[in-house]
Design a protein around this ligand. Structure first.
Ligand code: BG6
Length: 490
């Protein structure tokens, strides 16, 4: 689908997200010839720079983030010609004239305001856009995370932005929804007949969702130390993945058809009480250790973090969904920084066979397992039992594997490339609706409150490990193991 010409206004235009992710993603789509010739990227920031100084800064800060091999001097120069730098303070309505002057008033043009700013500026910017008559009924607004830090602040963002923009104009980003494999999960579930009859409590024993990162917090300490893993990763990315795994088949891929079903899942999550919380949620904080052989400091020794920080860099929990499809099936979610490996995967474990017709006992049959790998290598793996070659009937685990890179040679798209294209074409399916956002906060809020009231601190774990031992105990109580613990040693 070809795009209309657009004016994309990036508030926070000189910031980390714009430089590291958004401009490189737009460049990639420009090289792929997706951006119409007359389209412009209007970067807004407060630095009193002129156009050339801003382009110099883009060259220095953003260019190094272009995918290796994708940089072409001519294409880059052409891309930079789309960029218009406008210096003003987005929180000050009186300073908007430069933006008014630069925006093209043609109604056929797509106009997008991308707020890559801290969330406490969203309301002010939206109201200023409205006051200056820039927020037209066919313009769109994009909100970057963190979308609140609890239910009340999320509601406030929704209400304030909602005073200016209709829900159908609001694009709330969760970049995990833009990842190739997340959409492949939709394809797997609803493009095949095979899985849907088995995708329920009668056949599935448990689901694990892991997002593990080797990296620490980098230069985002100021934000992270007031946020933590639950707010930064679980409330959004992990819950969105859970929704895609657990939702009922939507009637179509239309935005509200999908978002209605995701909302149902969030609303069916069993609420934690202080007692169930103590048993089913583990939080951790990394101490000094080695990640891939390299020594790394303890979280509390990182710059801007105090020795008494109680911010969790790891969280694991057992969630349950109160529905006919999922009652009794545990969903184990975990995420952490400074872990052994960087990986994101969903593991769907099926029940054991009911009876063995072979000489092997039932217990020697590894349950079938579907592993959906989001990163680093995108693919699907199905663990089956197969006969070992030769005489006799010995069965052993074997794997069916679909490696997306091998199977589809077409070039990859980064999550932000796909999401930006969807914003520009007005496709809302991969963006969170306001009620989804609130339902997700509503579910995690008791955990935040409980931690707030507790004297205790997160459990320590060594950097380069898989997290605190209590997380193994959490799943171990149900007679299960995290996938990496269950794999045979190499
Ligand atoms: C962001 C978090 O939303 O996702 C970061 O704020 C995290 O803390 C990042 O590192 C992980 O994203 P990805 O795509 O690298 O897995």
């Amino acid at each position: 689908m070809t795009l209309n010409d657009f004016d994309l206004v990036l508030f926070g235009g000189s910031g980390d997200l714009a430089m590291r992710k958004l401009l490189p993603a737009l460049y990639a789509r420009d090289v792929a010839k997706d951006l119409p010739p007359q389209s412009r990227i209007i970067c807004v920031a407060r630095h009193a720079w002129d156009q050339q100084q801003f382009i110099d800064s883009v060259n220095a800060t953003s260019k190094p983030h272009i995918k290796p091999g994708a940089l072409n001097a001519k294409a880059w120069d052409k891309f930079c010609q789309r960029i218009v730098y406008v210096a003003f303070d987005g929180t000050d309505a009186a300073s908007y004239q430069p933006l008014v002057d630069v925006l093209r008033p043609e109604p056929a043009l797509t106009r997008v305001f991308y707020l890559a700013t801290p969330p406490h500026l969203f309301a002010q910017i939206c109201h200023n856009l409205a006051a200056r008559g820039l927020a037209t009924s066919n313009s769109r607004v994009v909100l970057e995370k963190p979308l609140g830090r609890d239910l009340a602040s999320a509601k406030q963002i929704n209400a304030e932005v909602g005073e200016v923009f209709a829900e159908s104009q609001i694009y709330r980003i969760d970049h995990y929804l833009g990842k190739e494999t997340v959409q492949n999960l939709l394809a797997l579930r609803f493009g095949n007949i095979l899985f849907e009859p088995l995708w329920r409590r009668e056949w599935i024993s448990d689901v694990q969702i892991t997002i593990a990162e080797e990296i620490g917090v980098g230069n985002r300490m100021g934000y992270y130390d007031t946020s933590g893993a639950l707010r930064d990763m679980l409330q959004n990315h992990l819950l969105q993945l859970l929704c895609i795994v657990a939702m009922e088949p939507p009637t179509s891929i239309a935005p509200d058809a999908v978002r209605d079903e995701k909302l149902q899942v969030l609303r069916s999550l069993k609420k934690f009480t202080p007692t169930t919380l103590a048993q089913n949620v583990v939080r951790g904080q990394y101490r000094a250790g080695y990640v891939k052989g390299e020594a790394v400091a303890s979280y509390r020794d990182e710059q801007e973090v105090g020795q008494h920080s109680r911010t969790e860099t790891y969280v694991a929990l057992k969630a349950e969904i109160d529905s006919w499809r999922w009652a009794g099936v545990p969903f184990y979610l975990r995420t952490g920084k400074r872990m052994t490996d960087s990986l994101a995967e969903i593991v769907v474990r099926f029940k054991s066979i009911p009876h063995s017709i072979f000489t092997q006992p039932v217990g020697s049959f590894a349950p079938n397992c579907l592993v959906i790998r989001l990163q680093p290598d995108e693919g699907l793996r199905m663990n089956l039992m197969a006969k070992t070659p030769g005489d006799g009937m010995r069965l052993k685990p074997a794997e069916l594997e679909l490696d997306f890179r091998e199977s589809f040679k077409t070039p990859r798209m980064e999550a932000y490339e796909r999401l930006l294209l969807d914003i520009l074409r007005g496709q809302l399916t991969l963006f969170m609706r306001g009620d989804e956002l609130e339902a997700a906060w509503e579910w995690v809020e008791p955990i935040l409150d409980y931690w707030e009231q507790q004297e205790s601190t997160p459990l320590p774990y060594a950097a380069g490990s898989w997290g605190p031992a209590a997380a193994s105990a959490l799943i171990g109580r149900d007679g299960l193991q995290w996938r990496e613990e269950a794999l045979p040693e190499d």
